[in-house]
Write a protein that binds this ligand. Sequence first.
Ligand SMILES: Nc1ncnc2c1ncn2[C@@H]1O[C@H](COP(=O)(O)OP(=O)(O)O)[C@@H](O)[C@H]1O
Ligand SMILES: [Mg+2]
Length: 303
Amino acid sequence: MREVFGTRPWRRAEDPAAVISISNFKGGVGKSTTAIHLAQYLAIQGYRVCLIDCDSQATTTMMFGYVPDIDLGERDTLYGYIHDMPPGGLRSFVRKTHFYNLDLVPANLKLYNLEYEIAGYIMQNQSFDVIDSIAHAVETIVDDYDVIILDPPPALGMISLGVLTAANALVIPMPPSIIDFSSTASFLDMLNSTMKQMEMAYRKRPVYNFVKIVGSKADEGKSMHREILGMTSKLFGRYMLNSVLRNSAEIDNASSRMKTVYELERPVTSHEVHSRCLTSLNAVNYEIEQEILKTWSGRGSDF
Ligand SMILES: Nc1ncnc2c1ncn2[C@@H]1O[C@H](COP(=O)(O)OP(=O)(O)O)[C@@H](O)[C@H]1O
Ligand SMILES: [Mg+2]
């Protein structure tokens, strides 16, 4: 219908596709949850979206109905692309999903091998070029999409470095606890020094169109969470999203059914909990959508 009415929100060819990495080197902070709900939200809005699972734990891949180490071959992931560098680029690794407008490059355990293979290559060749291979992979499909979302592993290893180099925007989920706050602070610190080192070794560093920290798994009923969110929004200022992703039983329940909240036909919990959760997800995703639109010329926030 959008096509018929001419209201497809696709970017113009001269505008850059948003390549967003959902990063934080801690596990369990809500990276994959944020990545998949953002991808589905944008697909529902009519954007052409590709989600690339870069984590060998393959949570995101499983959410699309795959048993990663049974349904997928060793080379069906970024691992196969980087190993074989097929002439068709990453396109032959992209799979359609049950979600209209949303494609997936899956992951499985074999992807972990890239960590030491890339490290070995760098040692042997004394060259960091290989770090760019994820960026090259993205370049081969970028024309097909408005938004590419990268779900990296929870470590600042070789794959994460490659993902940070490939991205042109960062979203950093951070639960409002002191431990997650301090680990996010060290993530930002390490990110900064790694980027500086890369710039020295290699004379370039990634440029991000936006960097946004998002409070994740936030329970506004907890005074400690409110306090930490207040502190972090003062500290990070405009780098912090105004909306937070609430901690919700609905997300937990949906994910234990291998579904996202957008895929549930009816609330698993109660209507109230479900709609509160949807409101929170939509608010976070809407803000990120606005950040994407700002990077496309002539596209106001009212589009
Ligand atoms: N906002 C939330 N409310 C409730 N549970 C959540 C929320 N975000 C994530 N979770 C749960 O926390 C666990 C870890 O989340 P995940 O997105 O896989 O983290 P990561 O990718 O950072 O390791 C999952 O079981 C997920 O369902
Ligand atoms: Mg994950």
